[in-house]
Structure formats: C-alpha cells, structure tokens
Write a protein that binds this ligand. Structure first.
Ligand code: SAM
Length: 268
C-alpha cells in the first residue's frame, strides 16, 4: 500500500480500538508503570501552567493527567473514534477549559493555530509515519523559543523481540529493521509501522533543535505485550524492572528497548 494511502486504515483500526482502549490500558500489567516513568521524565522539563500540544492523544489518558497537574492541553489525533471517546470524557469531567480537541493528522500540523510550550507524543503513535520529517517540519512554528518536545517512540533495536528467534519467528524478530515498514494488523485492518533509531530521530529534527535527553523503556524489562511472562514470573519481572530503571538513562542502553523517551529543545 502506498504510504500516504494508509491513513483511512489507521483511522478505522484505532477507532475500533477506542471502545476498549482504556480498559486494556489500565488492566495491562506494564503500561500504567511505564506511564508513571514517562510522567517522571516529562516533569523535569514541563514548566508550571504550560500549554501542551499532544500528538496522537488517543482517548486522552495523558491529556487528562496533564490537566490535573494544572496544564492546558490541545489534544490531537487522526482517529475519529479516539477523538469521540476523548470528547465524551472531557465533557463528563468538565475539563473543557483545560483540554481542547482537534481531529488532525500529525503530518498536517499546519492546520493548527497557536504556539505551545511543550509538544508530547506517547506510546508509538509516531511509528505510524514513514517519515518523521513530515511531522518535525511543523515544529519551528508551533513551539515557542526554549520550548521542549518529548516523544515516546519505538526504536529499531529491541532485545526482547529477539526472543522470537528462539521460537523460529524470524520475520517477527527482524520486523523493526524493515526499511519499507513492518506489516501491522489491528482490529481487522492492515497498515505499516515504521521504527526509528535514535540517529534517525536526531536526523529528522529541524535546524535550531537539539536532543537533550534519551531514556529507554523495556531494554530488559518485559514490554506491555509480554503479559503472560509478567503473570508467570512476577519475581523475575520485578528484578528486570529494577535493572531496567538502573540502565535506562545510561549509554548505550538508553537507545535500545521497546520504546524510547526522546526529549529535544528549540534552542534558536
Ligand atoms: C497506541 S495509540 C497511543 C494513544 C495515546 N498516545 C496513549 O498513550 O494512550 C496510537 C495513537 O496514534 C494515533 N495516530 C496514528 N496515526 C496518526 C496520525 N497520522 N496522526 C495523528 N494520530 C495518529 C492513533 O489514532 C492512536 O490514537
């Protein structure tokens, strides 16, 4: 499928997923812990009362968290279902002043108005684009001077996925290295997912932007998909989680894992 034609499939897949996204998220034994680690990381860079642009916000779990901490959020997503779910939650929680919502692809951020203190993208939404520059080209006009962006994005090098080699699943083990995208299947829809090394992410940054931090999630800790392992081996999981936190900010482990938390700043 030509890369630009996959957006209707992506929209439909995530719209179907939106009806059970929050339940899946909170019942996963890994995701809530990882969100906490992401929030701790982001808090180092978020100034009080920031105006945050959230890309691929999904059902707004993070937008609602940031609103509860006194920030204002403009939450955006491609998927109609995700946007409807977020809209319902914002109305129920009376958060209309704190959270505004717009259905837009992160490749079309020229449709946005305003300048932001912080741009945030969580849990691999950006892995749906084949070319990060289609997103980063909009950042100079969207971020205020000194503004910061944090992206939680899936890299190419993920030791946990090598375990598939032991099961003879060679294609799965090598999927993150496919230059033309890895076939993904979600809710009966097919699209391509793209993975990016830290150097590729750095190369996509516009002039005047500088990488200021990179931390990994799941270099050795079991990833969200390894629910069976986590349930079967709670002691080993606890040990691996502790080791993961110890290594996650140190070179070279900070660039290998299931996800990376990459933070960069507009310096000029
Ligand atoms: C795995 S979900 C993560 C949602 C949310 N960030 C979270 O952490 O709960 C990925 C999200 O990326 C969104 N997405 C995929 N392609 C997109 C695009 N081109 N523009 C904006 N959002 C997109 C999907 O609709 C979905 O909501």
């Amino acid at each position: 499928m030509p890369v630009d034609q996959q957006w209707p499939e992506v929209n439909q897949a995530f719209s179907k997923q939106s009806s059970h996204f929050d339940v899946d998220d909170s019942s996963n034994p890994v995701l809530p812990l990882w969100r906490k680690r992401i929030y701790q990381n982001v808090e180092n860079f978020l100034k009080p009362h920031s105006f945050i642009l959230e890309l691929n916000s999904g059902t707004g779990i993070d937008a609602i968290h940031f609103a509860s901490k006194g920030h204002r959020v403009h939450a955006t997503d491609l998927s109609g279902g995700m946007i409807e779910t977020l809209q319902r939650k914002v109305t129920q929680l009376s958060l209309e002043k704190e959270i505004s919502i717009q259905q837009v692809s992160f490749e079309n951020l020229n449709q946005l108005n305003g300048e932001f203190d912080f741009v945030f993208s969580n849990f691999g939404g950006l892995n749906c684009t084949s070319d990060l520059k289609k997103v980063t080209r909009h950042l100079p006009s969207l971020l205020k001077a000194g503004g910061v962006a944090t992206w939680v994005i899936m890299p190419r090098f993920c030791p946990w996925e090598w375990l598939w080699l032991l099961k003879g699943k060679f294609k799965m083990a090598g999927r993150r290295w496919m230059r033309t995208g890895a076939p993904s299947h979600l809710e009966g829809h097919y699209f391509l997912t793209y993975y990016f090394s830290l150097s590729e992410i750095k190369m996509s940054l516009p002039e005047g932007f500088q990488l200021i931090k990179c931390e990994s999630l799941g270099f050795c800790a079991p990833p969200p998909a390894a629910t069976q392992f986590v349930k079967r081996f709670p002691g080993i999981t606890r040990f691996l989680n502790r080791l993961d936190q110890l290594l996650s900010s140190r070179f070279p482990f900070n660039r290998w894992g299931d996800h990376l938390i990459v933070t960069f700043k507009k310096i000029s």
